[in-house]
Design a protein around this ligand. Structure first.
Ligand SMILES: Nc1ncnc2c1ncn2[C@@H]1O[C@H](COP(=O)(O)OP(=O)(O)OP(=O)(O)O)[C@@H](O)[C@H]1O
Ligand SMILES: [Mg+2]
Length: 437
């Protein structure tokens, strides 16, 4: 390896659904293919085992699917030797708990002021420690590939963190940045810089002209940045974001179509709401009061909840709901069949898109806000760069076409445009060419 090939730093996009890493060299930025596969994204899953094992990505899911059902009864648990004299918060007489946990959507917790982390097996896992499982995995693979231990990283962040307290934005944001930085330090980085995700998407472009906006519609948030190069030097003239992403859309599909098809609308509304997404179901699973409540409710709805929470169907079921949404981006109608719950329902794109109309309108208002901050009108925008998995939703795209004109829309790689731009930022910060935007 030549000195020329010494990496300058990494870019890491820690996403709600998918994470990725780019390597910045003096003359180029490479997005790393992970785990020896062609895939350049790592699902943002975190696996924890009571024995100390940690894993991220597909490996986390695979390990969990093999051993996730293994349990230890409290009477037999080394954490509760006398039954009562224990630090374990899950201890219950006659109780027990799973030996492993699979977490998704950890990014949602970054800005939650009241949420310090999760506690399992008498161990506190701070939010930063959970995030660092993913960052360590990405750094480890990148270091292995480059042959260097790289100490500098540019981390992306949403303009508005999902889970931030709207009454206390400044404190929520400060907490989220502190946790992200701690996670990066814990993963072995010494120098950490931050960049808004949509800014990364737009500065990653090879050449700039006129007014460009990048819209990044991901799993947790929608983010937009406006780059104005009309004066010669490109500058970010406006950014905005909102906590609406693919996960909230999965929740709407559940609430309006899938949940009712399963008869779950017979449940008390608080419980129905908690069943909307895989993340909220995880909290129910950890709540020891739920089995008694289900026994009281009884009937088919309670049986379905029982199967989802305690019979190991949740992961596949919520995956099937998400796949149904994704299929609707390419088909007018699709079927959601989930045999373990005897579910078979036809879903139309038009129905789904009318159900998510309020969210799409909020997104349009978020774009308007970024343009207003930049003092730019839609007519002044030369091109709109689309990224993020949810940007494939046809109604989102046609809203943009209506506002800016179809010919101005340019699709970028949905899953790597942000991480590429983060690498470009690393070059700007630490590389030989100081080209700041
Ligand atoms: N073809 C598609 N149509 C609709 N949605 C899709 C499609 N492909 C992926 N998605 C959705 O995109 C989301 C993931 O996108 P992405 O990887 O850009 O998010 P992320 O970067 O992890 O999240 P964020 O940036 O919000 O933290 C998921 O909700 C997924 O269901
Ligand atoms: Mg993203």
């Amino acid at each position: 390896m030549t000195a020329h090939d010494r990496p300058i730093g990494y870019g890491i996009d820690f996403g709600t659904s998918n994470s990725s890493v780019s390597i910045a060299y003096g003359d180029r930025v490479e997005v790393l293919a992970l785990g020896g596969s062609a895939s350049r994204t790592l699902p943002s899953f975190v696996y924890l085992h009571r024995g100390g094992r940690r894993a991220a990505g597909n490996e986390a899911v695979r390990t969990f699917l093999i051993s996730g059902h293994e349990k230890t009864d409290c009477w037999n648990c080394p954490l509760a030797p006398y039954g009562w004299d224990t630090d374990c918060r899950q201890y219950r007489k006659g109780g027990g708990c799973n030996d492993a946990r699979l977490l998704s959507g950890v990014k949602h917790e970054l800005a939650k002021l009241g949420f310090a982390g999760t506690n399992s097996w008498a161990t506190d896992f701070s939010v930063g420690a959970l995030v660092s499982v993913v960052l360590s995995r990405l750094k480890g693979e990148a270091d292995k590939t480059t042959g260097h231990v790289v100490g500098s990283v540019v981390l992306g962040h949403p303009v508005v963190f999902a889970g931030a307290d709207p009454q206390n934005r400044a404190a929520s944001d400060a907490e989220a940045f502190r946790r992200l930085e701690l996670a990066a330090l814990e993963a072995g980085f010494g120098e950490v810089a931050f960049l808004p995700e949509p800014t990364a998407a737009v500065i990653g472009e090879q050449a700039h002209r006129g007014v460009e906006i990048a819209v990044d519609f991901g799993g947790g948030t929608f983010d937009v940045a406006v780059l104005d190069s009309r004066g010669g030097t490109p500058h970010v003239a406006g950014i905005a974001g909102i906590a609406i992403g693919g996960e909230s859309l999965d929740g709407i599909l559940f609430e309006t179509i899938v949940g009712p098809a399963l008869g779950l609308d017979a449940l008390p509304s608080w419980l129905f709401n908690e069943m909307r997404t895989a993340s909220s179901v995880r909290l129910l699973m950890a709540d020891p009061g739920i089995p008694a409540i289900l026994a009281r409710i009884g009937g088919r709805a309670a049986d379905v909840v029982q199967a989802l929470l305690y019979e190991g169907h949740a992961y596949e079921f919520y995956g099937a709901v998400e796949s149904t949404k994704i299929a609707l981006s390419n088909a007018d109608t699709t079927r959601l069949d989930f045999e373990p719950l005897s579910l078979g329902v036809e879903v139309r794109r038009s129905t789904f898109e009318s159900m998510i109309r309020p969210e799409l309108d909020l997104i349009a208002a978020t774009i308007d806000q970024a343009l207003a901050d930049a003092r730019i009108t839609a007519g002044d925008v030369d091109r709109v760069l689309l990224t993020g998995g949810s940007a494939y939703i046809p109604a989102f795209r046609s809203d943009l076409a209506l506002a800016f004109g179809e010919q101005r829309l340019e699709q970028r790689d949905a899953f790597t445009a942000v991480v590429h731009g983060l690498g470009v930022r690393a070059q700007q910060l630490w590389g030989p060419v100081a080209l700041r935007v």
